[in-house]
Structure formats: structure tokens, C-alpha cells
Design a protein around this ligand. Structure first.
Ligand code: TRP
Length: 416
């Protein structure tokens, strides 16, 4: 089936495609997960394990997903729907992205609120971020989450080239400037070597299954694999007729390289300012909402650096969330966009409420937040990864055997 493209959706330009996938890859995972994971799991020894997982599994799945999307010119849903044995998996991408986005939106809502509060702090000359507003008034988190989902949905509704591509083409160079500026700031204040030693100092680690699966899981999450994002973006790029595999590999290396470089630099910045102000290293929400605001109140030009930092985190969250929202959609009507936006928000409220009521609400021994995270990263993403691997290999082998392009279900041709 050739996807009848709505002319308003348009396709990516080649540069827009690569930048949009970089934007999807560079997200909250790079900021509050990877640096802490690396520093606490063996420094450069962990980095080595991670790079092996990235090269052996992460990048191949990334390239396979990209090529499958581009050569079939179908979304994963359309492809699965028209392939008899894969039919039952057709809702997997949408389900997976809905679950991930529902907890991603919660954190992104916090970030948006923190950004607004950091601006208020700078304007009113407060000492530290008005953190108690976030903790004591959960409704403010709910509203911020709604605003974040609304921004995400609006960008997607504008279409691929006018919405997603434009966002990424504008903000990614901005991200690069911000991050280099922050590195220069740390260097100028003599913090950089502290962060460098802490993050990269090799510590002995015993290579356990847990360590490798953590590294592999993160490689999947950070490259936005296993949910159909890369496949879907690939189908929005005009079909590569000339060497699709080579250009897939080239794009894959650029995306994985940019993502890893970003994670290392942001880790360097965070640990440099933490150690430079004698604070303990932390991770997750604690790092961003409790520790860093205190750090920002101690360093020169702290208020400005704080705003710049939260702009950076917000932008990273947004370029990632638009990729998930895009996969959730079946049609492109305004009504569907609103319906999906409200669904995501409702699920995210469930998470906020369960975390903020006096005693945390748990279902089957854990919060919905933990369940969504576990189901997606442990079950649904690996399952989709296996389907991608299998499909790509089978299509590749059949194409080589037939020595001619393979037929896509109902489609004209496909070289893979
Ligand atoms: N890669 C993003 C991050 O590191 C998150 C993300 C965006 C994602 N799209 C995804 C994760 C799809 C899994 C699947 O934060």
C-alpha cells in the first residue's frame, strides 16, 4: 500500500529528517539518567559497556527501523496490518508511545513549571526556586502537564515539515550553542576538571547481567528505539532510491554520535557545577528539582544559567515528545489530535495523583509510573525490537535471494 500522503503533511527534507531524529534521541534520558548511571556504575568502564551495546545492538536496530520505514514507505502500523503474521502487533507502536509519553509528559510538565518559576525567580530576585509551589500544589503540575501536551499536539498538527521539522531545525543548533556555552562557563570557573574526573574516572565494575541490561535498555530508550518512532520518521522521508542501506548507516552513525556526545557533555556540566559547589551528586527528579536549584543559587550568574539550563531541558523534552505523539496518530484530524492529547494528559494525571497524594497510591505493589516504565522498557520495546530485527533480516535475505526489490504488501517496490 502506498501511503496516500496528505499534501499538508509533507515529507521531511534530508537534513530535517536527521535533525528530527537527533531531537527525538536527545531527551530527558540524556540529562537525568545517563550521566548518573555512568558515574555510579563505573565511570568510563560503564561507558565502554554502553558503547559496545550501542554499536552491536542499538545502531543496527536504529538503521533497520530507518530503512524499513523508508523502503516500505509505510508506518509500522500500516505494514503490520498488511502482513498476515504481524497483524496482531499493529497497535503495539501506538500503545507503547502512549504509555511512555504519559509519564514523559509528567516530567516535562515539571520542567516547564520549573522554567516558568526560574524566570519568576530572576524577575523577583528570590534566593532559590519556588520549589514548594510544585510540591504543595499538585494542580500546578497538572496544568503545566496540560500545557506541555497542548504544545506537543499543536506542533504535530502543523505537519511534518511545518511542525516537527521546523521545530528541530530551529532548536537543535540552539541546543548546541547552549551546551557549548555551559561547558565554557564551567571551564572558565575552574569546575570542569572536577566533573571530568568524577564522570570519566575508571572504576572497577563486575560485568553483570544487570549492568549490561541497564546499558542496553538505555541504548534503546535514548535512541528512541522499539516504539516505531524511527520507522515512522523514515517513512516520512522521500524514498532513497540510491543506496538506501549506506545512507541508513550514515544517518544512524550521525544520530547515535550526536546523542552520545550530548549525554557526555551534559553530564560533564552537571557534575562540574555540583562538585564545584560541594554538593553531592544525585540523579533523577532530585537532581533537577532539589539539588540544581541550590547549586544555581551559589554560582556566579546563577539565575541566568538556571533559566538557560531549564530552556535546554524543556527543548529536549519537547523534541522527544513530538516524536512519540506523531506515532500515536492514525489520522491527522484536529479531533483526533485533541482526543489523543487529552488521553495522554489523563494518564499523566493518574501518575501525578498517585505520586502526590499523602500516601503514594500503588497498584500491584508499585505506582502507575513504575508500571508504565517497566511494561514499556522491559516488555514492549524489546518485543518491537525483535520484530524489527526479524522483519529486516527476512526482507533483506529474500531481496538478496530474489536479486530484485521486494514487494511491500500492496506496494509497488522496495529494495530491502
Ligand atoms: N530518546 C528520548 C530520551 O532520551 C526519549 C524518547 C523519545 C523515546 N521518543 C522515544 C523513548 C520513543 C522511547 C521510545 O529521553
Amino acid at each position: 500500500m502506498k501511503c496516500a500522503r496528505n499534501p499538508k503533511i509533507q515529507a521531511f527534507t534530508r537534513m530535517g529528517f536527521v535533525l528530527s531524529l537527533c531531537g527525538s534521541a536527545i531527551g530527558l534520558g540524556n540529562i537525568w539518567k545517563f550521566p548518573t548511571m555512568m558515574a555510579s556504575s563505573g565511570g568510563s568502564s560503564f561507558l565502554l559497556v554502553y558503547l559496545v551495546c550501542l554499536c552491536l545492538i542499538g545502531i543496527p536496530v536504529l538503521v533497520f527501523e530507518m530503512i524499513l520505514g523508508n523502503t516500505t514507505q509505510m508506518t509500522p502500523r500500516a505494514y503490520f496490518k498488511h502482513t498476515r503474521i504481524l497483524k496482531i502487533f499493529r497497535h503495539l507502536p501506538a500503545l507503547n508511545n502512549t504509555l511512555i509519553l504519559s509519564f514523559y509528559a509528567v516530567i516535562s510538565g515539571w520542567i516547564l513549571l520549573a522554567l516558568l518559576l526560574s524566570v519568576q525567580k530572576a524577575l523577583t530576585g528570590q534566593e532559590t526556586l519556588n520549589y514548594h509551589l510544585m510540591v504543595n500544589y499538585p494542580w500546578s503540575l497538572g496544568l503545566a502537564g496540560l500545557l506541555f501536551v497542548a504544545i506537543t499536539a499543536t506542533i504535530c498538527q502543523r505537519g511534518i515539515r511545518d511542525g516537527i521539522e521546523k521545530l528541530n531545525v530551529i532548536v537543535l543548533p540552539m541546543l548546541m550553542v547552549i551546551i557549548l556555552g555551559l561547558v565554557a562557563y564551567c571551564f572558565g570557573h575552574g569546575f570542569l576538571s572536577l566533573g571530568f574526573d568524577y564522570m570519566f574516572g575508571a572504576r572497577n565494575v563486575s560485568l553483570s547481567v544487570g549492568l549490561v541490561s541497564a546499558a542496553l535498555g538505555h541504548a534503546f530508550f535514548t535512541l528512541s528505539l522499539g516504539t516505531g518512532v524511527v520507522w515512522t520518521y523514515g517513512h516520512f522521508l522521500a524514498k532513497e532510491r540510491h543506496k538506501p542501506v549506506a545512507s541508513g548507516i550514515q544517518n544512524g552513525l550521525i544520530i547515535a554520535g550526536a546523542d552520545t556526545a550530548f549525554a557526555l557533555l551534559i553530564g560533564l556540566i552537571i557534575f562540574s557545577v555540583l562538585l564545584g559547589t560541594h554538593m553531592n551528586a544525585a540523579g533523577g527528579p532530585d537532581l533537577i528539582f532539589r539539588v540544581l536549584p541550590v547549586v544555581f543559587s551559589k554560582i556566579p550568574l546563577g539565575s541566568v544559567i538556571e533559566i538557560v539550563f531549564f530552556v535546554l531541558v524543556f527543548v529536549c523534552a519537547l523534541t522527544s515528545s513530538v516524536s512519540m505523539f506523531e506515532v500515536m496518530r492514525h489520522t491527522r484530524t484536529v479531533r483526533e489530535t485533541i482526543r489523543l492529547g487529552l488521553l495522554t494528559w489523563a494518564l499523566s494525571i493518574l501518575t501525578v495523583v498517585s505520586l502526590n497524594t499523602p500516601s503514594t497510591i500503588t497498584v500491584f505493589g508499585a505506582t502507575p509510573f513504575v508500571h508504565f516504565d517497566t511494561i514499556t522498557t522491559r516488555v514492549l520495546m524489546p518485543l518491537f525490537g525483535i520484530l524489527v530485527f526479524g522483519t529486516a533480516i527476512i526482507r533483506g535475505v529474500l531481496a538478496i535471494k530474489a536479486r530484485r526489490p521486494l514487494k511491500t504488501p500492496h506496494a509497488s517496490s522496495s529494495p530491502l
